[in-house]
Design a protein around this ligand. Structure first.
Ligand code: HEM
Ligand code: HEM
Ligand SMILES: [Fe+2]
Length: 449
Protein backbone atom coordinates (compact mmCIF):
# COMPACT_ATOMS: atom_id res chain seq x y z
CA UNK A 1 0.00 0.00 0.00
CA UNK A 2 1.69 3.15 -1.22
CA UNK A 3 -0.62 5.80 0.20
CA UNK A 4 -1.68 5.95 3.82
CA UNK A 5 -5.17 7.31 3.09
CA UNK A 6 -5.98 4.07 1.29
CA UNK A 7 -6.53 2.82 4.82
CA UNK A 8 -9.89 4.66 4.84
CA UNK A 9 -11.22 1.73 2.80
CA UNK A 10 -10.92 -0.55 5.82
CA UNK A 11 -13.87 0.86 7.79
CA UNK A 12 -15.99 0.90 4.65
CA UNK A 13 -15.19 -2.74 3.91
CA UNK A 14 -15.85 -3.82 7.49
CA UNK A 15 -19.15 -1.92 7.51
CA UNK A 16 -20.02 -3.53 4.18
CA UNK A 17 -19.27 -7.04 5.45
CA UNK A 18 -21.34 -6.49 8.60
CA UNK A 19 -24.35 -5.46 6.53
CA UNK A 20 -23.71 -8.32 4.10
CA UNK A 21 -24.11 -10.70 7.02
CA UNK A 22 -27.40 -9.13 8.02
CA UNK A 23 -28.55 -9.12 4.38
CA UNK A 24 -28.10 -12.87 3.93
CA UNK A 25 -29.51 -13.64 7.38
CA UNK A 26 -32.68 -11.69 6.65
CA UNK A 27 -32.73 -13.39 3.24
CA UNK A 28 -32.86 -16.80 4.90
CA UNK A 29 -35.63 -15.62 7.21
CA UNK A 30 -37.58 -14.47 4.13
CA UNK A 31 -36.80 -17.80 2.46
CA UNK A 32 -38.00 -19.66 5.54
CA UNK A 33 -41.27 -17.71 5.56
CA UNK A 34 -41.89 -19.08 2.06
CA UNK A 35 -41.61 -22.57 3.59
CA UNK A 36 -43.53 -21.86 6.80
CA UNK A 37 -45.74 -18.86 5.95
CA UNK A 38 -46.82 -17.92 9.49
CA UNK A 39 -43.28 -17.78 10.85
CA UNK A 40 -42.85 -14.48 12.76
CA UNK A 41 -45.92 -13.09 11.01
CA UNK A 42 -46.82 -10.90 14.02
CA UNK A 43 -43.41 -9.65 15.15
CA UNK A 44 -41.53 -9.41 11.88
CA UNK A 45 -43.82 -9.75 8.87
CA UNK A 46 -42.53 -10.81 5.46
CA UNK A 47 -42.69 -7.37 3.88
CA UNK A 48 -40.43 -5.94 6.62
CA UNK A 49 -37.98 -8.84 6.41
CA UNK A 50 -37.81 -8.45 2.64
CA UNK A 51 -37.27 -4.70 2.99
CA UNK A 52 -34.34 -5.20 5.34
CA UNK A 53 -32.91 -7.90 3.05
CA UNK A 54 -32.99 -5.76 -0.09
CA UNK A 55 -32.09 -2.45 1.56
CA UNK A 56 -29.07 -3.84 3.37
CA UNK A 57 -27.99 -5.39 0.07
CA UNK A 58 -28.01 -2.06 -1.72
CA UNK A 59 -26.43 -0.18 1.19
CA UNK A 60 -23.57 -2.63 1.66
CA UNK A 61 -22.84 -2.69 -2.05
CA UNK A 62 -22.62 1.11 -1.98
CA UNK A 63 -20.36 1.01 1.09
CA UNK A 64 -18.18 -1.44 -0.82
CA UNK A 65 -18.04 0.91 -3.85
CA UNK A 66 -17.07 3.80 -1.57
CA UNK A 67 -14.37 1.69 0.06
CA UNK A 68 -13.08 0.50 -3.31
CA UNK A 69 -12.94 4.10 -4.50
CA UNK A 70 -10.95 5.24 -1.47
CA UNK A 71 -8.62 2.29 -1.99
CA UNK A 72 -7.95 2.69 -5.69
CA UNK A 73 -8.11 6.45 -6.27
CA UNK A 74 -4.84 7.23 -4.43
CA UNK A 75 -2.98 4.60 -6.47
CA UNK A 76 -4.49 5.74 -9.74
CA UNK A 77 -4.28 9.49 -9.06
CA UNK A 78 -0.92 9.21 -7.28
CA UNK A 79 -2.28 11.46 -4.53
CA UNK A 80 -3.51 11.03 -0.98
CA UNK A 81 -7.30 11.39 -0.53
CA UNK A 82 -8.19 15.11 -0.34
CA UNK A 83 -9.71 14.91 3.16
CA UNK A 84 -9.63 11.74 5.29
CA UNK A 85 -11.75 13.50 7.93
CA UNK A 86 -14.55 14.09 5.46
CA UNK A 87 -14.31 10.44 4.42
CA UNK A 88 -14.93 9.31 8.00
CA UNK A 89 -17.72 11.88 8.49
CA UNK A 90 -19.34 10.55 5.33
CA UNK A 91 -19.08 7.01 6.68
CA UNK A 92 -20.70 8.01 9.97
CA UNK A 93 -23.61 9.80 8.29
CA UNK A 94 -24.21 6.96 5.87
CA UNK A 95 -24.12 4.21 8.48
CA UNK A 96 -26.26 6.20 10.94
CA UNK A 97 -28.86 6.79 8.22
CA UNK A 98 -28.89 3.10 7.28
CA UNK A 99 -29.19 1.99 10.90
CA UNK A 100 -32.01 4.47 11.54
CA UNK A 101 -33.82 3.16 8.47
CA UNK A 102 -33.58 -0.44 9.69
CA UNK A 103 -34.76 0.42 13.21
CA UNK A 104 -37.62 2.37 11.65
CA UNK A 105 -38.58 -0.62 9.47
CA UNK A 106 -38.81 -2.79 12.58
CA UNK A 107 -41.42 -0.34 13.87
CA UNK A 108 -43.15 -0.33 10.48
CA UNK A 109 -41.97 3.17 9.57
CA UNK A 110 -41.37 3.24 5.81
CA UNK A 111 -42.61 4.85 2.63
CA UNK A 112 -43.35 1.79 0.48
CA UNK A 113 -42.07 1.92 -3.12
CA UNK A 114 -39.85 -1.18 -3.22
CA UNK A 115 -36.12 -0.55 -2.67
CA UNK A 116 -36.80 3.15 -1.94
CA UNK A 117 -38.67 2.56 1.33
CA UNK A 118 -36.37 4.85 3.37
CA UNK A 119 -38.15 7.79 5.08
CA UNK A 120 -37.52 11.16 3.42
CA UNK A 121 -35.02 12.38 6.00
CA UNK A 122 -32.95 9.20 5.55
CA UNK A 123 -32.91 9.81 1.81
CA UNK A 124 -31.73 13.36 2.45
CA UNK A 125 -28.96 12.12 4.75
CA UNK A 126 -27.89 9.74 2.00
CA UNK A 127 -27.74 12.66 -0.45
CA UNK A 128 -25.59 14.67 1.99
CA UNK A 129 -23.20 11.73 2.47
CA UNK A 130 -23.04 11.26 -1.30
CA UNK A 131 -22.21 14.94 -1.86
CA UNK A 132 -19.41 14.81 0.71
CA UNK A 133 -18.07 11.69 -0.99
CA UNK A 134 -18.20 13.15 -4.50
CA UNK A 135 -16.55 16.37 -3.37
CA UNK A 136 -13.77 14.43 -1.65
CA UNK A 137 -12.95 12.03 -4.47
CA UNK A 138 -13.42 14.57 -7.24
CA UNK A 139 -10.99 16.96 -5.53
CA UNK A 140 -8.48 14.13 -5.22
CA UNK A 141 -8.80 13.15 -8.87
CA UNK A 142 -8.67 16.72 -10.15
CA UNK A 143 -5.40 17.35 -8.33
CA UNK A 144 -3.81 14.11 -9.44
CA UNK A 145 -3.13 11.91 -12.43
CA UNK A 146 -6.23 11.25 -14.52
CA UNK A 147 -6.61 7.75 -15.91
CA UNK A 148 -9.39 5.99 -17.79
CA UNK A 149 -10.15 4.10 -14.60
CA UNK A 150 -10.63 7.24 -12.50
CA UNK A 151 -12.63 8.95 -15.27
CA UNK A 152 -15.06 6.07 -15.69
CA UNK A 153 -15.32 5.48 -11.96
CA UNK A 154 -16.16 9.13 -11.32
CA UNK A 155 -18.69 9.17 -14.14
CA UNK A 156 -20.38 6.14 -12.57
CA UNK A 157 -20.32 7.59 -9.05
CA UNK A 158 -21.74 10.94 -10.17
CA UNK A 159 -24.39 9.04 -12.10
CA UNK A 160 -25.34 7.09 -8.98
CA UNK A 161 -25.92 10.33 -7.07
CA UNK A 162 -27.75 12.09 -9.90
CA UNK A 163 -30.14 9.24 -10.61
CA UNK A 164 -30.80 8.77 -6.89
CA UNK A 165 -32.38 12.24 -6.94
CA UNK A 166 -35.36 10.69 -8.75
CA UNK A 167 -36.04 8.76 -5.54
CA UNK A 168 -37.07 12.09 -4.02
CA UNK A 169 -39.76 12.59 -6.64
CA UNK A 170 -42.88 10.53 -6.10
CA UNK A 171 -45.75 11.73 -8.31
CA UNK A 172 -49.25 10.56 -7.43
CA UNK A 173 -50.03 9.21 -10.91
CA UNK A 174 -49.02 5.55 -10.62
CA UNK A 175 -47.70 5.25 -14.18
CA UNK A 176 -45.50 8.32 -13.81
CA UNK A 177 -44.43 7.15 -10.34
CA UNK A 178 -43.22 3.83 -11.85
CA UNK A 179 -41.48 5.58 -14.72
CA UNK A 180 -39.30 7.59 -12.35
CA UNK A 181 -38.90 4.65 -9.95
CA UNK A 182 -37.11 2.77 -12.74
CA UNK A 183 -34.87 5.80 -13.36
CA UNK A 184 -33.29 4.84 -10.04
CA UNK A 185 -33.70 1.08 -9.96
CA UNK A 186 -32.96 0.17 -13.57
CA UNK A 187 -30.51 2.95 -14.50
CA UNK A 188 -28.52 2.19 -11.38
CA UNK A 189 -27.89 -1.50 -11.95
CA UNK A 190 -28.02 -1.50 -15.76
CA UNK A 191 -26.34 1.88 -16.30
CA UNK A 192 -24.21 3.75 -13.83
CA UNK A 193 -23.33 0.84 -11.51
CA UNK A 194 -22.04 -0.97 -14.59
CA UNK A 195 -19.52 1.83 -15.09
CA UNK A 196 -18.37 1.40 -11.51
CA UNK A 197 -18.15 -2.35 -12.07
CA UNK A 198 -16.15 -1.99 -15.28
CA UNK A 199 -13.66 0.43 -13.74
CA UNK A 200 -13.08 -1.63 -10.57
CA UNK A 201 -12.69 -4.76 -12.69
CA UNK A 202 -10.21 -2.88 -14.89
CA UNK A 203 -8.22 -1.87 -11.80
CA UNK A 204 -8.17 -5.49 -10.60
CA UNK A 205 -7.04 -6.72 -14.02
CA UNK A 206 -4.32 -4.09 -14.13
CA UNK A 207 -2.97 -5.20 -10.77
CA UNK A 208 -3.53 -8.94 -11.01
CA UNK A 209 -2.48 -9.67 -14.59
CA UNK A 210 0.11 -6.99 -15.31
CA UNK A 211 -1.28 -6.32 -18.81
CA UNK A 212 -0.42 -2.84 -20.16
CA UNK A 213 -2.64 -0.01 -19.08
CA UNK A 214 -3.31 1.04 -22.70
CA UNK A 215 -4.84 -2.34 -23.50
CA UNK A 216 -7.00 -2.30 -20.38
CA UNK A 217 -8.17 1.24 -21.07
CA UNK A 218 -9.30 0.39 -24.60
CA UNK A 219 -11.44 -2.44 -23.26
CA UNK A 220 -12.81 -0.21 -20.54
CA UNK A 221 -14.02 2.38 -23.05
CA UNK A 222 -15.62 -0.29 -25.24
CA UNK A 223 -17.49 -1.74 -22.25
CA UNK A 224 -18.65 1.68 -21.08
CA UNK A 225 -19.82 2.57 -24.59
CA UNK A 226 -21.81 -0.65 -24.87
CA UNK A 227 -23.33 -0.21 -21.41
CA UNK A 228 -24.55 3.35 -22.00
CA UNK A 229 -25.70 2.67 -25.56
CA UNK A 230 -27.93 -0.21 -24.42
CA UNK A 231 -28.79 0.45 -20.79
CA UNK A 232 -30.48 3.85 -20.97
CA UNK A 233 -33.13 2.99 -23.58
CA UNK A 234 -33.16 -0.55 -22.18
CA UNK A 235 -35.20 0.96 -19.33
CA UNK A 236 -38.05 0.38 -21.76
CA UNK A 237 -38.22 -3.31 -20.74
CA UNK A 238 -39.96 -2.06 -17.58
CA UNK A 239 -42.40 0.12 -19.52
CA UNK A 240 -44.41 -2.65 -21.14
CA UNK A 241 -47.35 -2.86 -18.75
CA UNK A 242 -47.36 0.26 -16.59
CA UNK A 243 -49.48 2.53 -18.77
CA UNK A 244 -46.68 3.99 -20.92
CA UNK A 245 -47.04 4.21 -24.75
CA UNK A 246 -46.81 0.95 -26.69
CA UNK A 247 -43.69 1.97 -28.65
CA UNK A 248 -41.79 0.96 -25.53
CA UNK A 249 -42.47 -2.67 -26.36
CA UNK A 250 -40.20 -2.79 -29.46
CA UNK A 251 -37.78 -0.17 -28.05
CA UNK A 252 -37.42 -1.90 -24.69
CA UNK A 253 -37.09 -5.32 -26.32
CA UNK A 254 -34.36 -4.25 -28.75
CA UNK A 255 -32.24 -2.11 -26.47
CA UNK A 256 -32.44 -4.40 -23.46
CA UNK A 257 -31.36 -7.30 -25.67
CA UNK A 258 -28.26 -5.23 -26.48
CA UNK A 259 -27.61 -4.96 -22.73
CA UNK A 260 -26.17 -8.46 -22.89
CA UNK A 261 -23.19 -7.09 -24.85
CA UNK A 262 -21.35 -5.16 -22.11
CA UNK A 263 -21.62 -8.18 -19.82
CA UNK A 264 -20.31 -10.45 -22.54
CA UNK A 265 -17.50 -7.98 -23.23
CA UNK A 266 -16.52 -8.11 -19.55
CA UNK A 267 -16.13 -11.90 -19.77
CA UNK A 268 -13.93 -11.60 -22.87
CA UNK A 269 -11.99 -8.81 -21.22
CA UNK A 270 -11.30 -10.61 -17.95
CA UNK A 271 -10.30 -13.90 -19.56
CA UNK A 272 -8.16 -12.39 -22.28
CA UNK A 273 -6.31 -10.23 -19.76
CA UNK A 274 -5.53 -13.27 -17.63
CA UNK A 275 -4.54 -15.17 -20.77
CA UNK A 276 -2.20 -12.40 -21.96
CA UNK A 277 -0.90 -11.23 -18.62
CA UNK A 278 2.55 -12.23 -17.58
CA UNK A 279 2.21 -11.54 -13.91
CA UNK A 280 1.79 -14.33 -11.43
CA UNK A 281 0.15 -12.38 -8.63
CA UNK A 282 0.08 -14.28 -5.34
CA UNK A 283 -3.52 -13.34 -4.54
CA UNK A 284 -5.22 -16.20 -6.40
CA UNK A 285 -8.48 -15.74 -4.50
CA UNK A 286 -8.85 -12.18 -5.81
CA UNK A 287 -8.33 -13.49 -9.33
CA UNK A 288 -10.96 -16.18 -8.80
CA UNK A 289 -13.52 -13.63 -7.61
CA UNK A 290 -12.64 -11.28 -10.49
CA UNK A 291 -13.19 -13.96 -13.13
CA UNK A 292 -16.20 -15.20 -11.17
CA UNK A 293 -17.85 -11.78 -11.20
CA UNK A 294 -17.49 -11.48 -14.98
CA UNK A 295 -18.92 -14.96 -15.62
CA UNK A 296 -21.74 -14.87 -13.06
CA UNK A 297 -22.77 -11.35 -14.09
CA UNK A 298 -22.96 -12.55 -17.68
CA UNK A 299 -25.22 -15.44 -16.68
CA UNK A 300 -27.30 -13.60 -14.08
CA UNK A 301 -27.77 -10.29 -15.88
CA UNK A 302 -27.12 -11.29 -19.49
CA UNK A 303 -28.59 -14.76 -19.91
CA UNK A 304 -31.23 -14.68 -17.14
CA UNK A 305 -32.08 -11.09 -18.08
CA UNK A 306 -32.52 -11.89 -21.76
CA UNK A 307 -34.69 -14.87 -20.86
CA UNK A 308 -37.66 -12.61 -19.99
CA UNK A 309 -36.79 -9.29 -21.59
CA UNK A 310 -38.68 -9.54 -24.91
CA UNK A 311 -42.12 -8.01 -24.42
CA UNK A 312 -44.00 -11.00 -25.81
CA UNK A 313 -42.28 -13.29 -23.29
CA UNK A 314 -42.43 -10.80 -20.43
CA UNK A 315 -46.19 -10.65 -21.00
CA UNK A 316 -46.31 -14.12 -19.40
CA UNK A 317 -43.38 -14.03 -16.96
CA UNK A 318 -43.71 -10.51 -15.52
CA UNK A 319 -43.40 -10.50 -11.73
CA UNK A 320 -43.06 -14.28 -11.36
CA UNK A 321 -40.30 -16.28 -9.67
CA UNK A 322 -38.36 -15.94 -12.95
CA UNK A 323 -37.84 -12.31 -11.98
CA UNK A 324 -36.61 -13.30 -8.52
CA UNK A 325 -34.24 -15.89 -10.04
CA UNK A 326 -32.76 -13.24 -12.33
CA UNK A 327 -32.64 -10.56 -9.58
CA UNK A 328 -30.63 -12.88 -7.33
CA UNK A 329 -28.03 -14.11 -9.81
CA UNK A 330 -27.61 -10.69 -11.44
CA UNK A 331 -27.03 -8.85 -8.17
CA UNK A 332 -24.82 -11.61 -6.84
CA UNK A 333 -22.77 -12.03 -10.01
CA UNK A 334 -22.28 -8.41 -10.91
CA UNK A 335 -22.13 -6.52 -7.65
CA UNK A 336 -21.72 -8.89 -4.71
CA UNK A 337 -18.89 -10.81 -6.37
CA UNK A 338 -17.25 -7.61 -7.57
CA UNK A 339 -17.20 -6.22 -4.05
CA UNK A 340 -15.89 -9.48 -2.64
CA UNK A 341 -13.19 -9.42 -5.35
CA UNK A 342 -11.90 -5.97 -4.45
CA UNK A 343 -12.18 -6.73 -0.72
CA UNK A 344 -10.19 -9.94 -1.24
CA UNK A 345 -7.59 -7.98 -3.19
CA UNK A 346 -7.35 -5.03 -0.78
CA UNK A 347 -7.57 -6.70 2.65
CA UNK A 348 -4.02 -8.07 2.75
CA UNK A 349 -2.69 -4.53 2.18
CA UNK A 350 -5.14 -2.93 4.61
CA UNK A 351 -4.36 -5.46 7.33
CA UNK A 352 -0.68 -5.73 6.38
CA UNK A 353 -0.54 -9.42 5.88
CA UNK A 354 0.06 -12.02 3.20
CA UNK A 355 -2.96 -13.11 1.21
CA UNK A 356 -2.10 -16.69 2.04
CA UNK A 357 -5.31 -17.67 3.80
CA UNK A 358 -6.71 -18.09 0.32
CA UNK A 359 -7.90 -21.66 0.49
CA UNK A 360 -10.76 -20.74 2.81
CA UNK A 361 -11.56 -17.71 0.72
CA UNK A 362 -11.69 -19.80 -2.46
CA UNK A 363 -13.84 -22.38 -0.70
CA UNK A 364 -16.21 -19.56 0.23
CA UNK A 365 -16.34 -18.55 -3.45
CA UNK A 366 -17.50 -22.02 -4.46
CA UNK A 367 -19.97 -22.32 -1.57
CA UNK A 368 -21.57 -18.95 -2.25
CA UNK A 369 -21.56 -19.21 -6.03
CA UNK A 370 -22.80 -22.80 -5.93
CA UNK A 371 -25.54 -21.85 -3.46
CA UNK A 372 -26.64 -18.87 -5.53
CA UNK A 373 -26.58 -20.91 -8.75
CA UNK A 374 -28.72 -23.62 -7.14
CA UNK A 375 -31.11 -20.97 -5.77
CA UNK A 376 -31.37 -19.49 -9.26
CA UNK A 377 -32.22 -22.89 -10.76
CA UNK A 378 -34.89 -23.69 -8.16
CA UNK A 379 -36.50 -20.27 -8.60
CA UNK A 380 -36.33 -20.59 -12.38
CA UNK A 381 -38.14 -23.93 -12.26
CA UNK A 382 -40.65 -22.48 -9.81
CA UNK A 383 -41.12 -19.54 -12.19
CA UNK A 384 -41.68 -21.71 -15.24
CA UNK A 385 -44.28 -23.82 -13.43
CA UNK A 386 -45.88 -20.67 -12.02
CA UNK A 387 -46.02 -18.98 -15.44
CA UNK A 388 -47.62 -22.03 -16.96
CA UNK A 389 -50.22 -22.68 -14.26
CA UNK A 390 -51.07 -19.08 -13.47
CA UNK A 391 -50.57 -17.14 -16.67
CA UNK A 392 -51.32 -19.77 -19.30
CA UNK A 393 -53.87 -21.99 -17.56
CA UNK A 394 -55.32 -19.22 -15.44
CA UNK A 395 -55.19 -20.86 -12.00
CA UNK A 396 -55.31 -18.45 -9.08
CA UNK A 397 -52.12 -17.05 -7.55
CA UNK A 398 -52.44 -18.76 -4.17
CA UNK A 399 -53.46 -22.13 -5.63
CA UNK A 400 -50.31 -22.04 -7.72
CA UNK A 401 -48.13 -21.03 -4.76
CA UNK A 402 -49.39 -24.10 -2.90
CA UNK A 403 -47.88 -26.27 -5.63
CA UNK A 404 -44.44 -24.68 -5.51
CA UNK A 405 -43.53 -25.73 -1.95
CA UNK A 406 -40.75 -28.12 -2.91
CA UNK A 407 -38.94 -25.42 -4.90
CA UNK A 408 -39.17 -23.03 -1.98
CA UNK A 409 -37.78 -25.65 0.37
CA UNK A 410 -34.80 -26.17 -1.95
CA UNK A 411 -34.34 -22.41 -2.25
CA UNK A 412 -34.17 -22.20 1.54
CA UNK A 413 -31.52 -24.96 1.58
CA UNK A 414 -29.47 -23.10 -1.03
CA UNK A 415 -29.81 -19.95 1.07
CA UNK A 416 -28.34 -21.65 4.13
CA UNK A 417 -25.32 -22.69 2.05
CA UNK A 418 -24.88 -19.09 0.91
CA UNK A 419 -24.94 -17.89 4.53
CA UNK A 420 -22.26 -20.43 5.48
CA UNK A 421 -20.19 -19.29 2.50
CA UNK A 422 -20.57 -15.64 3.50
CA UNK A 423 -19.47 -16.28 7.09
CA UNK A 424 -16.51 -18.29 5.83
CA UNK A 425 -15.52 -15.44 3.53
CA UNK A 426 -15.57 -12.94 6.39
CA UNK A 427 -13.52 -15.28 8.53
CA UNK A 428 -11.05 -15.87 5.70
CA UNK A 429 -10.39 -12.19 4.99
CA UNK A 430 -10.39 -10.92 8.57
CA UNK A 431 -9.23 -13.57 10.99
CA UNK A 432 -6.34 -15.91 10.11
CA UNK A 433 -2.95 -14.31 10.65
CA UNK A 434 -0.07 -16.18 9.19
CA UNK A 435 3.12 -14.38 8.37
CA UNK A 436 3.47 -10.66 8.80
CA UNK A 437 6.20 -10.11 6.30
CA UNK A 438 5.00 -7.26 4.22
CA UNK A 439 7.38 -4.65 5.58
CA UNK A 440 10.19 -7.16 5.93
CA UNK A 441 10.27 -8.77 2.52
CA UNK A 442 8.00 -6.95 0.12
CA UNK A 443 9.43 -8.30 -3.10
CA UNK A 444 9.52 -11.91 -2.01
CA UNK A 445 5.74 -11.89 -1.67
CA UNK A 446 5.15 -9.83 -4.79
CA UNK A 447 2.91 -7.75 -2.61
CA UNK A 448 4.41 -4.32 -2.67
CA UNK A 449 4.58 -3.29 -6.26
C1 HEM B 1 -25.79 -12.26 -1.75
C2 HEM B 1 -26.85 -12.95 -1.95
C3 HEM B 1 -28.21 -12.39 -2.25
C4 HEM B 1 -28.59 -11.40 -3.11
C5 HEM B 1 -27.70 -10.60 -4.03
C6 HEM B 1 -30.03 -11.24 -2.99
C7 HEM B 1 -30.79 -10.33 -3.69
C8 HEM B 1 -32.16 -10.20 -3.61
C9 HEM B 1 -32.95 -9.30 -4.41
C10 HEM B 1 -32.40 -8.34 -5.46
C11 HEM B 1 -34.25 -9.45 -4.06
C12 HEM B 1 -35.45 -8.76 -4.69
C13 HEM B 1 -35.86 -9.68 -5.82
C14 HEM B 1 -36.87 -9.16 -6.78
O1 HEM B 1 -37.38 -8.03 -6.65
O2 HEM B 1 -37.19 -9.91 -7.72
C15 HEM B 1 -34.30 -10.47 -3.06
C16 HEM B 1 -35.43 -10.97 -2.47
C17 HEM B 1 -35.48 -12.13 -1.72
N1 HEM B 1 -34.38 -12.88 -1.35
FE1 HEM B 1 -32.46 -12.51 -1.69
N2 HEM B 1 -30.50 -12.14 -2.09
C18 HEM B 1 -29.41 -12.87 -1.62
C19 HEM B 1 -29.44 -13.88 -0.71
C20 HEM B 1 -30.58 -14.49 -0.29
C21 HEM B 1 -30.61 -15.66 0.54
C22 HEM B 1 -29.38 -16.35 1.12
C23 HEM B 1 -31.89 -16.00 0.69
C24 HEM B 1 -32.36 -17.17 1.46
C25 HEM B 1 -33.19 -18.04 1.04
C26 HEM B 1 -32.71 -15.02 -0.04
C27 HEM B 1 -34.10 -15.00 -0.13
C28 HEM B 1 -34.86 -13.99 -0.66
C29 HEM B 1 -36.30 -13.93 -0.61
C30 HEM B 1 -37.21 -14.97 0.03
C31 HEM B 1 -36.67 -12.75 -1.25
C32 HEM B 1 -38.10 -12.23 -1.45
C33 HEM B 1 -38.59 -12.73 -2.77
C34 HEM B 1 -40.02 -12.38 -3.02
O3 HEM B 1 -40.48 -11.28 -2.70
O4 HEM B 1 -40.70 -13.27 -3.56
N3 HEM B 1 -31.87 -14.12 -0.64
N4 HEM B 1 -33.01 -10.91 -2.79
C1 HEM C 1 -26.33 -6.47 -13.04
C2 HEM C 1 -27.35 -6.13 -13.73
C3 HEM C 1 -28.76 -6.41 -13.34
C4 HEM C 1 -29.33 -6.48 -12.10
C5 HEM C 1 -28.65 -6.30 -10.75
C6 HEM C 1 -30.74 -6.76 -12.30
C7 HEM C 1 -31.68 -6.90 -11.28
C8 HEM C 1 -33.03 -6.97 -11.46
C9 HEM C 1 -34.02 -6.99 -10.39
C10 HEM C 1 -33.72 -6.95 -8.90
C11 HEM C 1 -35.23 -7.01 -10.98
C12 HEM C 1 -36.57 -7.02 -10.25
C13 HEM C 1 -37.04 -5.63 -10.06
C14 HEM C 1 -38.40 -5.56 -9.40
O1 HEM C 1 -39.40 -5.72 -10.10
O2 HEM C 1 -38.44 -5.37 -8.19
C15 HEM C 1 -35.03 -7.03 -12.41
C16 HEM C 1 -36.03 -7.04 -13.35
C17 HEM C 1 -35.81 -7.26 -14.70
N1 HEM C 1 -34.59 -7.39 -15.33
FE1 HEM C 1 -32.80 -7.16 -14.49
N2 HEM C 1 -30.99 -6.85 -13.64
C18 HEM C 1 -29.81 -6.66 -14.31
C19 HEM C 1 -29.61 -6.70 -15.68
C20 HEM C 1 -30.58 -7.06 -16.60
C21 HEM C 1 -30.36 -7.25 -18.01
C22 HEM C 1 -29.01 -7.09 -18.71
C23 HEM C 1 -31.55 -7.58 -18.56
C24 HEM C 1 -31.90 -7.90 -19.99
C25 HEM C 1 -31.09 -8.47 -20.84
C26 HEM C 1 -32.54 -7.57 -17.49
C27 HEM C 1 -33.88 -7.81 -17.64
C28 HEM C 1 -34.83 -7.63 -16.67
C29 HEM C 1 -36.26 -7.64 -16.90
C30 HEM C 1 -36.97 -7.87 -18.23
C31 HEM C 1 -36.87 -7.40 -15.66
C32 HEM C 1 -38.38 -7.29 -15.38
C33 HEM C 1 -38.92 -8.61 -14.92
C34 HEM C 1 -40.43 -8.56 -14.75
O3 HEM C 1 -41.11 -8.11 -15.67
O4 HEM C 1 -40.92 -8.99 -13.70
N3 HEM C 1 -31.91 -7.26 -16.31
N4 HEM C 1 -33.67 -7.01 -12.68
FE1 LIG D 1 -33.94 -3.35 -16.10
Amino acid sequence: MKYKTQKIALVYFIGALALFTSQVLFGTVAGYIYVDPNFLSETLPFNIVRMIHTNSLVVWLLLGFFGATYFLIPEESEREIYSPTLAYVQFAIFVAAAAAAVVGYMFRVHEGREFLEQPLWVKLAIVVAALIFLFNVTMTVLQGRKTAITNVLLLGLWGIAIFFLFALYNPSNLSVDKMYWWYVVHIWVEGVWELVMASILAFLMLKLTGVDREVIEKWLYVIVGLALMSGLLGTGHHYYWIGTPSYWQPLGSIFSTLEVLPFFAMVLFAFSMVWKGGRNHPNKAALLWSLGTAVLAFFGAGVWGFMHTLSNINYYTHGTQITAAHGHLAFFGAYVSLNLAIITYAMPYLLRRDPYNQVLNMASFWLMSGGMAFMTFTLTFAGVVQTHLQRVRGESYMDVQDQLGLFYLMRFGAGVVVVIGALLFIYAVLVPRQREVIEAAPTATGIAE
